[in-house]
Design a protein around this ligand. Sequence first.
Ligand code: HBI
Length: 97
Amino acid sequence: MSLTRLSPAECDEGLARLPAWSLADDGLAITRRFLFSDFAEAFAFMTRVAILAEKADHHPEWFNVWNRVDIRLTTHDAGGLSRRDLALASAIDRFAG
Ligand code: HBI
């Protein structure tokens, strides 16, 4: 999948289909906060995302504390958002609920 940086209009179109995600203040990433019932649920989610990311060869920047997982998706090789970020966010939403 393309590593070309998305234009502002393409970012807006992509985010319109990902209502649970937000554009980062720097405009270079999309972010979403996930809350789970406890740490075990949060870590199980992270394990599934890790497998997905490895298959996609596209990896999240994330932070976990107890039942919370904050995910930031950006494409380092593109210097901003690419279609890979939108695709991974969509895949994560499919099993995050
Ligand atoms: N993950 N988020 C993110 N951004 C990248 O640019 C990136 C990556 N994972 C792997 C990777 N680049 C390179 O190894 C190439 O596969 C693109």
